[in-house]
Design a protein around this ligand. Structure first.
Ligand SMILES: Cc1cc2nc3c(=O)[nH]c(=O)nc-3n(C[C@H](O)[C@H](O)[C@H](O)COP(=O)(O)OP(=O)(O)OC[C@H]3O[C@@H](n4cnc5c(N)ncnc54)[C@H](O)[C@@H]3O)c2cc1C
Length: 414
């Protein structure tokens, strides 16, 4: 095969893949309908944490199900018509919560996160964006002893994978984050982890680095993907626009499902949507690192723009209209924890976490589609794991070794 590769999708995953492939001597065209990093990779909570090895579908999920299905929690909402139409995905997602699959997922995600963190730091240095990184970890907050007990599986899993953590007494929490109200009798500090204060600026800096190193960026809205002989073509919505190369990497995040349908691939992907809003913080009240209020169902991250409140999961179609009731509920809970002050955005931002049934991304060549590569399905942790994804993809493309990365092989669902 020739040396030219198209990377379709310039979120954090596509940008990291494009840069890594360029550094391995390939001719790379990065394609997106807008400037890099304008979608999911912009609006996330900015956390890069070892603790993210714990997927949503863990063995404790079964016990939580009766409560979650009532559809009135802040943490989890769903549109029942969407769930009914995606029962196949939901069944496989729940089946993947059993201990054996969960352990395989946690092990795979731990490896990916460990691979990614030093790469992120290197890329932040090289792209001039290191000032956006904090190495102060993040804090899980618990509103009651019962909530703390309910987090026992997560703590055992962190211990098993040697994620550095420290239990905080209320006075220690107050010392670290004095702006928080004293409503959290228990807290767990996830150490050895990072966060950034502007995810979009980080993606933009990596994309600039890619361009400086000779990569090409092209604006095009893809409407279909097709194979022309030994080449792959991305067809634009404008009939006269298309781009072709020997290989194509699909890194369209949540939009991968719709575009891959045009090749006949039907991905079992669902959309764990989430919202964010920025706040001024009354009289400058802020947290100095992200905090996760486990009972309130939100993450509060200090960002360059203000305090970013991001919500839990709303299961619905990728492009269904926003229903920010979840944000309103999370905001009420967050105001109990901190004087949030004024809303700074005119409307809530809506993002979609693209999730495959086992909560692992797909990294590798699509079965029976030589030259079509996939880097997608990064659910809650794509910002953290994009650089590791790029390393694995490039390694597979250049020298094979699929067995080592079996946990991510596309063939498990295609
Ligand atoms: C509320 C929330 C909080 C989160 N918090 C965190 C966190 O703290 N840490 C973490 O690691 N992860 C977090 N995530 C998850 C993370 O943001 C995603 O996993 C990650 O951004 C996915 O990146 P991506 O590059 O795959 O997709 P995207 O960033 O969505 O990129 C896809 C790209 O495809 C382009 N595109 C789409 N359709 C077309 C088309 N037809 N033609 C051309 N281009 C197209 C889009 O313009 C976009 O640039 C969070 C997600 C949400 C929603």
């Amino acid at each position: 095969m020739g040396n030219h590769v198209i990377v379709l999708g310039a979120g954090i995953v596509g940008v990291c893949c494009a840069l890594e492939l360029r550094r391995r001597g390939m001719t790379v065209t990065l394609v997106d309908r807008q400037e890099p990093g304008m979608e999911t990779s912009m609006g996330n909570a900015g956390v890069l944490a070892r603790s993210s090895l714990m997927p949503f579908n863990h063995p404790g999920l079964w016990g939580q199900l009766p409560r979650l299905l009532k559809n009135d929690t802040v943490q989890f909402r769903y549109r029942w018509q969407y769930l009914a139409a995606n029962l196949g995905w939901a069944t496989r997602f729940l089946a993947s919560a059993r201990a054996s699959v969960f352990q395989e997922t946690a092990r795979a995600l731990d490896g990916l996160i460990r691979l990614s963190a030093p790469e992120h730091i290197k890329l932040l240095d090289e792209s001039g964006a290191r000032h956006r990184l904090r190495d102060t970890g993040w804090i899980f907050l618990y509103r009651s002893e019962a909530a703390w007990q309910a987090g026992a599986l997560a703590r055992r899993t962190f211990a098993q994978y040697e994620v550095p953590t420290r239990e905080l007494a209320p006075a220690e929490l107050a010392g670290l984050e004095p702006a928080l109200s004293p409503i959290f009798p228990r807290a767990l500090w996830i150490q050895g982890s990072y966060s950034v204060d502007d995810p979009h600026e980080v993606v933009a800096a990596y994309a600039d680095l890619f361009r400086r190193e000779g990569g090409a960026f092209q604006r095009l809205t893809a409407s279909a993907i097709r194979r022309d002989g030994s080449r792959w073509t991305v067809q634009g919505t404008n009939a006269s626009e298309s781009v072709s190369a020997d290989r194509l990497v699909v890194a369209l995040g949540p939009w991968s499902k719709a575009l891959l349908k045009t090749t006949g691939i039907d991905l079992p992907m669902a959309f764990e949507r989430g919202y964010h809003m920025h706040y001024s913080g009354r009289e400058g009240a802020r947290v100095t690192r992200p905090v996760y209020d486990t009972g309130g169902g939100y993450v509060l991250s200090p960002m360059a723009r203000g305090l970013r409140l991001s919500t839990g999961v709303e299961l619905d179609a990728c492009d269904a209209p926003a229903r920010p009731v979840q944000l309103d509920l999370a905001e009420q809970r967050a105001r109990e924890a901190l004087p949030l002050g004024e809303r700074l955005d005119a409307a809530a931002w809506l993002g979609r976490r693209p999730t495959l049934p086992d909560s692992r991304p797909m990294i590798g060549e699509a079965p029976r589609h030589p030259g079509l590569w996939l880097a997608l399905g990064h659910q809650h942790i794509g910002f953290s794991t994009a650089p590791g994804t790029a390393k694995i993809l490039a390694e597979l493309m250049r020298s094979g070794g699929a067995d080592r990365h079996r946990a991510f092989r596309p063939g498990r669902f295609i």
